[in-house]
Design a protein around this ligand. Sequence first.
Ligand code: AHR
Length: 497
Amino acid sequence: MAYQGVLNADIRKGRINRNIYGHFSEHLGRCVYEGLWVGEDSPIPNTDGIRTDVVEALRRIKIPVLRWPGGCFADEYHWMDGIGPRESRKRMINTHWGGVVENNHFGTHEFMRLCELLDCEPYISGNVGSGTVQEMSEWMEYLTSGDISPMSELRGANGRKEPWKVTYFGIGNENWGCGGNMRPEYYADLYRRYQTYVRNYGDNKVHKIACGPGGDDLNWMEVLMREAAKFMDAITLHHYTVPGPEWSAKGSALGFNEQEWFAAMDKAYFMDELLTKNEVIMDKYDPDKRVGLIVDEWGTWYDVEPGTNPGFLYQQNTMRDALVAGLTLNIFHKHCERVRMANIAQVVNVLQAVILTEGEKMVLTPTYHVFDMYKVHQDAELLDLTLDCGKLDQSGKNTPAVSASASRDGEGRIHISLCNLNPAEGSSVSIDLRGMGESAWKVSGTVLAESAMDAHNSFQQPDAVQPREFAGFTAEPGRLKVELPPMSVVVLCLTSG
Ligand code: AHR
């Protein structure tokens, strides 16, 4: 199919906050234990117990922010169980996720060390569902107070004299569900109460983040914005891409058919509508856009890999996931005036992970490669790009056949990311280049494309799906023509001079 587009390089539409490229790590399955933390005595190379290979891989994609410790786990996590000498930390049953024993070896100090190694910002989720106001308040004091105080002294006794910086603090998670099954009115009042005691210490300035809706529960957003907007810096939204018709039949991560491919794209594209509808409500109560929208859980969710613990949510990751990632990131760019952060679920070994591990082995998934290719958009200025392309499928949904986004970085380079969502046909895209000045532009590109919908990287073949140099374009003055292979993600770089 052939499509026409226009890039107005002189029309800027906002800044793409680097935190849109954030990640999420929960005490769930093999995300924290094995995926991130192996312990200091492990034969797997580590720094202070944290896997070196995983840290290096995440640094390569410039991970800007990491959310922890949940998810549902956050509302049953008591942070004081995770400090002090490891051997004497309390053990608990992780009731949400597989009923396994949680030994609390990975706690506050270990998480903050991980963020230091990753050179990323921590985003902490506090416990509203089963925790007290005092507990939440003291966690913030423990993390960030440099004064003489009971919590800073306790932190010092545990080996850390200097306070940390914590910019992002979530007041509960999914409090409409696993975080306490609350009504929005009740949670709004609790939110107002709990956040009061999440203090700023010294020069630490915390962003207080309210729990927002899951899916299309617009009433939750309405009530929270009406009752509590003035007490929050941001509010969250969760949306997962579940291709199957119901929760008990989410579909398989591998070996799926074309219908399931289309269903995944349609459900991922629903993010655009969800954001628009929630933004309308936010605009009503916050027309100046002071309150950010944070999509702190998103990604694909399939039936778990056969033979694995159903509570561990382990799934493979294919070209379909790569396209869901590219499409969703393009949608976040479009909504960057309100969407200030997003966190794909989850960083290692759980759901749409960018990394899978097995013992000492590590695999980078197709989703990882999309994050790698797209990192050029972090903190760049969104440019006006429109593409006149048809619908992807016959489902009646508005999912476009090709998704596109463009930005200009601090050095003046323009990056265009294009996702051909069609698994069977290539697309020719011709883009009119406007507002680019008189100078000549050099073009280069990278592509992620395979011939099978479920092409993936395994521990036996870790490099089966890899980005390659892309030469499928012709650049003329004022026009760029791109030949996109079926089911491909392409990122082009336009450099002036
Ligand atoms: O990411 C897995 C789970 O999905 C999280 O714990 C929860 O917040 C959501 O329902």
